[in-house]
Structures are given as C-alpha cells and as structure tokens.
Design a protein around this ligand. Structure first.
Ligand code: NAD
Length: 285
C-alpha cells in the first residue's frame, strides 16, 4: 500500500488467496462451497454485477450457479425457488440480486432465505444478530469498510466516526460495526442540518450517499480518514466516489479510492461469507 490511498486491490488479492486456500482445504474434506445467485429480469447493471460474482467464485474455486428468472416471474414462484435452494444441502449461499421487479415484495423474498445461507447478511435474523453483537453473516459492503480501515492500520476505538447515509445495506450496518469497534458514531442523512460542522470534527468519515464528489475538502479536518462507498458514473464516463478526491486528498491521512476501494471488498466478503457457511456445513456434517 503506498501513499494515502487504501488499496482495495491489494487487500482483495490477499484475501482471495486466503479464501482459495480455505476452499482447497474444504474440498479435501469433501465439502464443495457453492453459491446460488438468483437474478430476475434483464437489468444490464444487475447482469454485470452477477457476472462479476460468478467470476470471483471461479477464481477462488467456489462453485456458483446462476438462476435467471423472467421479469414476469410471480412472487410465489420466486419464493418456491428459494425454498428449493434452502433445502438443497449442496448450496451454502443464496443471493437474490436486487432490485426486484415492482410486483415482488423485496422484504418477503429476502426473508425467505434461510439465515444460515444468507451470505449477503440482509435477512432480519442476520440484521438483528448484527445489532446484538452476535455471530452472523455481516453485510459485505459495511464489513469491507471496516476491513479497509484495519488494513490501513487506522485505529477505530475511541475515534469520532461520521457515517453519511442511512440505508439498510450500507449506512446503518456500517454505523453498527463502528460502534462495535468502540468508535463514537454519528449518522448523518439527507435531513441533517449543518453537515459540514459535523464532518469537520470527524476522525473517520464513511460516505455512502450516491452523489458524485459530494464530500469536499473544505468539509473535513486535516488528517481525517475517508472511506468512500459511493459509485457514480461521471460525465467523463468513468466511475467516481461520493468524495471529491482532488480536494480531499490534500487533507486526508488516508482515503479509499473509487474504483479500487470498497467495491472490491464487497465482492471479497461475499466469497468469505460463502466459505464461512460451507465451514459451518463441514462442522455439522
Ligand atoms: P441509498 O440511496 O439507499 O441511500 C442514500 C442515503 O444517502 C440515504 O440514507 C440519504 O439520507 C443519504 N443522503 C442523500 N443525500 C444526502 C445529502 N445531501 N446529505 C446527506 N445524506 C444524504 O444508497 P445506498 O444503497 O446506501 O448507496 C449509496 C452509494 O453507495 C451509492 O453510490 C451506491 O452505488 C454505493 N454502493 C456501493 C457499494 C460498493 O460495494 N462500493 C455497495 C452498495 C452501495
């Protein structure tokens, strides 16, 4: 890792080699970790994310299967498919690619996944366990933020952490993980007043709002650490984060780049959770 950038590329490569080792060990015990991905409809962005997940699995020796259902699939049909996968002993992880078509209730579908196979960590059972500090599948992006801070040697304990964004998949769970690591956490959102006053006092800022270049250098203190979760397509056709890299880099002690930061760790943590589930299967065999 060089300079101020916290390299997701470097950390994900390290983690992937450890995952591949674990998979080999499991294979030698007759356990073949397997991820089943359900995709509904033909949203090009979803298709591209799903392709990435299969590629990652293949790289680490994890078996992955793609279950592509038509946009017109009924909620009951989708639920039956999840029931089938819940009952399939060879399947360790079940992932339903979001978003789902409007006629399907996302909450019902996600919560049909057995918590033991919920490698995204999105079911109410896993979310509840996370909040209670119990062992669970931690959601992949929030865990990736913590992994990058640890990789960079950033002390979390006792630090003022500000999370911008309160979504169920990023903002809320990352705030919870920071709290578990003994940070003093403030969660900001679209109704927060005088946001810059809050961010200027932060040692660590996690920004996850989906607005290109929103967090500018004048909103942070010298030496702050920024974890940039945002993924935004710029007018230049390239991907950019929620932090304005050019003005923030002058002041930060560390920052995660976009691309090459959190996104890569999200992908790695899905693999880690799938292997963790397979290890649980091996223990119970
Ligand atoms: P979301 O749309 O569900 O939530 C956005 C949050 O930002 C909301 O809580 C809202 O209150 C807050 N917000 C919006 N405008 C704000 C403002 N002006 N000031 C303060 N808060 C504001 O988004 P999400 O699903 O959490 O995703 C956020 C970003 O992270 C997106 O760019 C998304 O693409 C990206 N993302 C990246 C990864 C990854 O792996 N890197 C994973 C998930 C999401």
């Amino acid at each position: 890792m060089s300079g101020k950038n916290i390299s997701g590329k470097e950390l994900s490569a390290l983690e992937k080699s450890k995952i591949a080792e674990k998979v080999k060990r499991l294979n030698s015990e007759g356990i073949y970790p397997k991820l089943s991905v359900i995709i509904v409809g033909e949203n090009p962005a979803s298709q591209s994310y799903v392709r990435g997940k299969h590629k990652d699995c293949a790289e680490c020796g994890i078996i992955s299967e793609n279950i592509a259902l038509p946009e017109s699939v009924s909620q009951d049909e989708l639920l039956s498919e999840i029931d089938r996968l819940n009952g399939d002993e060879t399947v360790d992880g079940i992932l339903v690619q979001l978003p789902l078509p409007r006629h399907i209730d996302e909450y019902s579908v996600i919560n049909r996944i057995s918590p033991e196979k919920d490698v995204d960590g999105f079911t109410a059972v896993n979310v509840g366990s996370l909040y209670l500090g119990k062992d669970c599948f931690t959601p992949c992006t929030p865990q990736g933020c913590i992994d990058l801070l640890d990789f960079a040697g950033v002390e979390i304990r006792g630090k003022k952490a500000v999370v911008i964004g309160r979504s169920n998949i990023v903002g809320k769970p990352v705030a919870q993980l920071l709290l578990q690591r003994n940070a003093t956490v403030t969660v900001c959102h679209s109704k927060t007043k005088n946001l810059a006053e809050i961010t200027k006092k932060a040692d660590i800022i996690i920004v996850a709002i989906g607005k290109l270049g929103f967090l500018t250098g004048d909103m942070i203190s010298d030496g702050a650490v920024i974890v940039d979760v945002g993924i935004n397509r710029g007018r230049d056709g390239k991907l950019h984060g929620d932090a304005d890299y050019e003005t923030c880099i002058e002041k930060v002690s560390k920052i995660t780049p976009v691309p090459g930061g959190v996104g890569l760790m999200t992908r790695v943590n899905l693999l880690k959770n799938t292997v963790k589930s397979a290890e649980n299967r091996a223990k119970n065999a």
